[in-house]
Design a protein around this ligand. Structure first.
Ligand SMILES: *Cc1c(COP(=O)(O)O)cnc(C)c1O
Length: 371
């Protein structure tokens, strides 16, 4: 299919940055793609399709109910709308028509108020909510979360992500206890997380996943949860959800991908280490470069190669090197969060051994230019 790259003058990408929206997230397996094709080629009673695939997914995940949405961001917006609108038929069609008189504050630990590519607060606002922060940038305890809940609170929103402040922030289970004690629902955004059951099991009322990240489905999202809350999310397809419609192909493709995800042996962190060891050994031969295995900061079973550059030796500001690697024959993308400290990380889950070699040789060539 290199012809499409040629037709539109696009660059071939080597993705060593992980499941990134800016690179197209993931590449589903052939059987998932076949299911997407089947979906595109047939008609369905869509309401029935939504309800029955949701029930099927819920059974797989031991949840009361589930619904496929267009992406995790849409899942956040529609979950917020669901807990505000509930059964109010007028509000369903007029969410943004007038200032809301029903509770619509969404309480979020301050360290969770992040930008994942778009701000969490924007999704809350789309759903009619007003974001209220609990705690501080560096801490949010159960008591601090509870203190922010008032009669105007519609839900607590917990973002489970490596983007968030991890230190001194409460767990999902603790947030669930606060929600229960205060009589408000708990929504968990677990968009990029790998465990499809533990946050629901920990007491969340709604849990949101991105369909193309860990699950490797088509562009889509998943909301699982308690029956009443999922029904209110589903109902938003006649409200704000219509502006974020998921197609039959996405619904069928994600359902299939979830089933695959639960059945297949996951690539373990140990296997990732094995795959990247020759790459790390090669890098350690280069002057001014030291590479090693590091583990995911959010605690997932993901190993990555950390590459540290001694800028006094390489004469490359690491940020410039990262930029140069994007602009060669291949667009090579790393995790560059720490480039300001001379450190980049390679996530090898979507990289073949041949591509790892191309990455190594590209780095070597760039370093030689300034040696
Ligand atoms: C990726 C991500 C999202 C958005 O997921 P989409 O499916 O791309 O909308 C939301 N929250 C977090 C924490 C994410 O990592």
């Amino acid at each position: 299919m290199s012809s499409l790259y040629e037709k539109y003058d696009l660059k071939q990408v080597i993705n060593a940055s992980g499941r990134m929206t800016v690179l197209g997230v993931s590449t589903p397996t052939a059987d998932v793609i076949e299911t997407v094709g089947y979906g595109l080629n047939h008609y369905f009673e869509v309401k029935d399709l939504v309800v029955k695939t949701g029930a099927y997914i819920a059974k797989l995940l031991n949840a009361e109910d589930a619904v496929v949405v267009s992406c995790a961001s849409a899942g956040i917006a529609q979950s917020v709308a669901a807990v505000i609108v509930k059964d109010d038929a007028w509000l369903l069609e007029n969410l943004h028509a007038a200032p809301l008189s029903v509770p619509h504050d969404i309480v979020v630990p301050k360290g969770h108020n992040v930008n994942f590519g778009a701000p969490v607060g924007t999704m809350v606002q789309l759903g009619g909510g007003r974001l209220v922060e609990a705690g501080y940038a560096n801490e949010c305890s159960a008591d601090q979360l509870a203190a922010a809940v008032t009669a105007q609170t519609a839900a607590i929103l917990y973002i489970k992500s490596h983007h968030c402040v991890q230190k001194s922030h409460l767990s999902v289970a603790e947030a669930a206890q606060v929600a229960k004690a205060k009589g408000v629902p708990l929504i968990v955004d677990a968009a990029a997380e790998e465990d499809l059951q533990c946050y629901y099991a920990a007491g969340a009322d709604l849990v949101i996943y991105s369909g193309a990240k860990a699950i490797e489905g088509p562009t889509s999202g998943l909301v699982i949860g308690k029956q009443q809350y999922v029904a209110w999310v589903r109902q938003q397809s006649n409200g704000i959800g219509r502006a974020m419609k998921v197609g039959k192909e996405g619904i069928l493709g994600l359902t299939h991908a979830i089933e695959n995800y639960l059945l297949k042996d996951k690539v373990s962190g140990a296997q990732m280490v094995e795959n990247m060891t020759p790459f790390i050994d090669n890098l350690n031969q280069l002057t001014g470069v030291s590479a090693r295995v590091v583990w995911d900061a959010a605690g997932r079973d993901i190993a990555r190669a950390e590459i540290k550059f001694d800028e006094k030796v390489t004469h490359w500001p690491t940020g410039d090197l990262v930029q140069a690697l994007k602009t060669g024959d291949y667009a090579i993308y790393f995790r560059g969060y720490k480039a300001n400290e001379g450190i980049i990380e390679a996530d090898v889950r979507s990289v073949t051994p041949e591509q790892l070699d191309i990455i190594y040789r590209s780095i070597r060539t760039l370093l030689e230019k300034k040696a």
